[in-house]
Design a protein around this ligand. Structure first.
Ligand code: ATP
Length: 901
């Protein structure tokens, strides 16, 4: 259908909808059945089976499977088929892969749920009413309202447009916004980029507003035709994942070299070749930490789900890590630090305060209500106003003073407008009076209006504005802003009949009417959030379009600023070059009267000082700053789609305190990832050392392939995941931010991991030596003296008890050790049961470990023997040792910290 060739009436008729009513609910339901959801078919996710198979796509696992198969064939050819070993190895690998798939699916679900949370909405007219709905529910024929900053949710034909400009780069390649006009009809051959009466899905409104009727949804849109565009929905690796993948590779190569060394040493010591090979490969599978990035994904996605519950929706995974390192939070004032509930409390003429209900008050407020886009809705006795808070306050004040905006609007018809934008800080409308005369009204920031005024309204007349009057108005403005009021100035201009109004001259040579002051109280919780920020080594910074006195009054109340010298205005900022700004920036806490364009400079200047910057934003013009910031935070309520799309995180409650709690959560997640990595690596080192040292000292291999795989792939993974949900440490916001350049293993962590690895390895070896020396050797000697049996020659005999004890200690000591990871504080302080998931993991894994040793059938499979009470007591004693050692170490470190502070 060539929608661009049709008139508005023809389009509406074709789509069977009335422009003032919209579709009915019944009609919408029917159309939804016909046309489906307004979504683009995304790339199909990997099937469960493919995910499962992908778990085996690891070089060492493939070798292990081959080795198991060879062992089966060789034993079969020898006439003594050994089914157990290969089957158990396979089962363990399958169990491990299943766990992997489960975790991966869980992480994917968490991220999927998040995508839904940050889904786009649209303003739609249905059943005579405008409501906000999820864009996926739209159908052809729906009437939608478009406003600056919103994304066009589907392809649509414009019905009305006011200064509408749309950016369609993703479809036409044209990076500049293009003008749109509802009234034109175009030739059928007009190409896509020139169809000025149509708007298309995925483009965004950069200026003005409009109304449109939807002509196509979902795959039936222009973007649907270029479906490839959307298929690239892959989540890239986060910096931490990349770093860990690299660390994993280095450690993996080291582990591989050690495994090869172990194999060669085993051969030199005449140990059975095939057993040695199996042990080395199993050790490589177990000890190569290729799973580290996966652990990070799981923890990040679970953390992100928690954050969403606290009103911070993460759009880009790396933001979680960066959040934890944030050192500066640049926040808008209105709505983020304040409640965004504005109430007019004062009005002034050039002589000073005036009554809102007097002649002057009526004149001023009626003009403010006319040059205004807020929507007054009166339902019986209930008055409701929809729109932007500043404008709502003005309409409400006018209403209380006896003027109804609806009546004003119908008497003084609006025939032209220049919308408000936060760079110009002005808004202008042109009205036609019943007597046929024209008047423009301009309202905006006081310091942007006064220079444009040459007259002043005085006693119903228009008189020249003199310098001393300007000074007086200046002083009045300072008093109002100094008491934290947002001040709006209102002016007008009579336009001679017949004169063509054009945009540039409309806002010059104005007649000043007066000032309107409104209060927007700070949010209660922000004061505490600012205090926490400072304690956590993060600088809270206010960036606002408001007047410097209003801004500093509020910043002082919130504890952001302590002296006026810490504030700077946009005008002063424009005079500084980049280097000067970089030099001075650490001293500023309030940036007032700034335009969105200044925000990018502010971000870059802070970054040049090595700061990690979080920045809030809501408008279209904020998008570059949100992108430039390390963490761009868009407002969920007042934010435009464009700002949201440019952000890393959306604050669903627009609240500064939410950023602070997200930082806390980010630090907590990083801390927990560190714990899991710490745990896994120290355990791996323990395993490698056990085997390496035993072979070095000519002892029999203390652990066989199945045992190694079991400990590593099964019993280790549950506690590691449980560490990911450890409660955030109480003192986390008393620590300084961790610079992103500082590696995870800094501050002695690498040493600590090595130390604990050695500890675990020594314990397992001790268990082995005790079992071997005090139980296996005597048994062997006895059998040798009692009966000379060639099968019992030292070369081929099995150190049953030693192996069993080593296997038990290795598994259990790691399980106990997982509790050490929970905090740098002692377990007695944080409470043994305060992470129930870890306790449950511990119980399950310990039960499994004891079961495979004690149940006769399983013990055969795992090549162990049931232990007696005394042996179990020894195993427990050794396994518990890491807790004792690390607790002592923690006590020692705490004393050291105390002495240093
Ligand atoms: P913040 O940057 O703290 O979030 P803001 O975004 O509301 O504040 P701007 O929108 O840039 O700041 O507003 C700057 C100034 O413009 C205000 O101080 C006010 O004087 C004026 N202003 C705000 N809204 C309007 C409006 N709808 N019409 C006319 N002037 C306005």
């Amino acid at each position: 259908m060539h929608w661009h060739t049709m008139s508005i009436e023809e389009t509406l008729k074709e789509l069977d909808v009335f422009v003032d009513q919209g579709l009915s609910t019944k009609e919408v339901k029917q159309r939804q059945q016909t046309y489906g959801k307004n979504v683009l078919e995304a790339k199909k996710g990997k099937s469960l089976f493919r995910k499962f198979i992908a778990q085996f796509a690891d070089f060492m696992i493939v070798i292990l499977i081959c080795a198991a198969a060879i062992s089966l064939i060789v034993s079969y050819m020898d006439g003594e088929p050994d089914y157990f070993d290969p089957i158990i190895i396979l089962l363990i690998i399958i169990l491990n892969a299943t766990l992997g798939v489960m975790q991966e699916t869980k992480a994917e679900k968490a991220l999927e749920a998040l995508k839904k949370l940050s889904a786009q909405t649209a303003h739609v007219l249905r059943d005579h009413k405008v409501s906000i709905i999820n864009s996926t529910e739209l159908v052809p024929g729906d009437i939608i309202l478009l406003d600056t900053g919103c994304f066009v949710p589907a392809d649509a034909r414009l019905i009305n447009s006011v200064n509408l400009k749309v950016e369609e780069a993703s479809l036409t390649g044209e990076s500049h916004p293009v003008d749109k006009n509802a009234l034109v009809r175009l030739h059928p051959d007009t190409n896509l980029a020139d169809r000025s009466n149509l708007v298309m899905a995925t483009s965004s409104v950069t200026y003005g507003r409009g109304v449109a009727v939807i002509t196509g949804t979902g795959m039936n849109t222009q973007v649907g035709h270029i479906a490839k565009l959307i298929m690239e929905d892959e989540t890239p690796m986060t910096p931490l994942q990349k770093k860990l993948a690299k660390t994993g590779k280095v450690l993996g190569i080291a582990a591989l070299i050690i495994c090869i060394a172990i194999f060669i040493m085993g051969l030199m010591k005449n140990l059975p070749v095939f057993d040695m090979f199996m042990t080395s490969v199993s050790l490589a599978v177990a000890a190569i930490p290729e799973g580290l990035p996966a652990i990070v994904t799981i923890m990040l996605s679970l953390g992100v789900q928690r954050m969403a519950r606290k009103n911070a929706v993460i759009r880009k995974l790396p933001a979680v890590e960066t959040l934890g390192s944030a050192t500066v939070i640049c926040s808008d004032k209105t709505g983020t630090l304040t409640q965004n509930v504005m109430t007019v409390t004062q009005i002034c003429s050039m002589y000073g305060k005036e009554k809102m209900t007097g002649d002057f008050g009526e004149f001023l407020l009626s003009h403010a209500a006319l040059c205004n886009d807020a929507l007054l809705q009166i339902d019986k006795n209930h008055v409701d106003i929809a729109g932007e808070p500043t404008e709502k306050a003005l309409v409400m004040a006018a209403y209380h003073a006896g003027m109804n905006k609806l009546n004003l609007d119908s008497t003084y018809e609006r025939i032209h407008e220049i919308p408000f934008d936060s760079t110009r800080k002005l808004m202008t409308t042109v009205h036609k009076s019943p007597d046929g005369t024209y008047r423009s009204i301009t309202k905006g920031a006081y310091d942007y209006i006064l220079p444009r005024c040459s007259n002043v309204y005085h006693n119903g007349k228009q008189v020249p504005l003199r310098r001393n009057e300007k000074n007086r108005i200046n002083a009045l403005n300072s008093t109002m802003t100094g008491s934290a009021l947002r001040v709006i100035a209102v002016a007008y201009k009579n336009i001679p009949k017949g004169k063509n109004y054009d945009d540039t001259s409309l806002e010059d040579d104005l007649t000043f009417i007066g000032l309107i002051g409104m209060i927007d109280p700070p949010r209660e919780e922000v004061k505490e959030a600012v205090r926490i920020c400072k304690q956590a080594g993060i600088k809270p910074v206010m960036i606002t379009g408001d007047h410097v006195l209003t801004a500093t009054a509020i910043a002082r109340e919130l504890g952001i600023l302590s002296s006026m010298s810490e504030s700077i205005t946009g005008e002063e900022l424009s005079r500084l070059d980049h280097d000067e700004l970089c030099n001075k920036i650490p001293g500023y806490r309030v940036f007032a009267r700034v335009s969105p364009e200044h925000k990018v400079r502010i971000v870059k200047a802070f970054q040049s000082r090595g700061e990690v910057v979080a920045m809030t934003g809501d408008g279209v013009n904020d998008a570059p700053a949100l992108k430039a910031a390390d963490i761009g935070c868009a407002m969920g309520i007042t934010g435009t789609d464009v700002a949201k799309n440019a952000s890393d995180m959306i604050l669903t409650d627009d609240n500064f305190a939410t950023i602070v709690s997200a930082v806390k959560e980010g630090r907590g997640i990083y801390d927990n990832i560190k714990k899991a990595v710490h745990f896994l690596l120290s355990s791996n080192i323990g395993e490698i050392l056990t085997i390496f040292v035993a072979i070095l000292f000519s002892l029999p291999t203390p652990l066989v392939a199945v045992q190694l795989l079991w400990v590593n792939l099964v019993t280790d993974s549950l506690p590691a995941i449980s560490l990911g949900v450890e409660r955030t440490a109480k003192d986390i916001m008393q620590r300084k931010p961790v610079p992103p350049s500082k590696g995870m293993f800094a501050d002695g962590l690498a040493f600590q991991i090595l130390f604990e690895g050695i500890l675990i390895g020594s314990l397992a070896l001790t268990a082995f030596v005790i079992g071997y020396r005090y139980y296996d050797m005597p048994a062997l000697l006895k059998s040798l003296t009692n009966q000379v049996d060639t099968n019992a020659m030292p070369g081929s005999y099995v150190p049953w008890v030693g192996r069993t004890m080593a296997f038990a200690v290795l598994g259990l000591s790691q399980l106990f050790h997982s509790f050490n990871m929970r905090s740098r504080r002692s377990l007695s302080e944080i409470g043994l049961f305060s992470n129930p998931k870890l306790v449950i993991s511990f119980l399950i894994c310990s039960f499994l470990q004891v079961t495979v040793i004690s149940v006769p059938f399983l013990s055969r499979v795992f090549q162990v023997v049931p232990l007696n009470l005394r042996q179990w007591a020894l195993v427990l004693l050794l396994s518990f040792t890491p807790i004792v050692v690390v607790e002592l170490q923690k006590k020692f470190n705490a004393k050291k910290r105390e002495m240093n502070s």
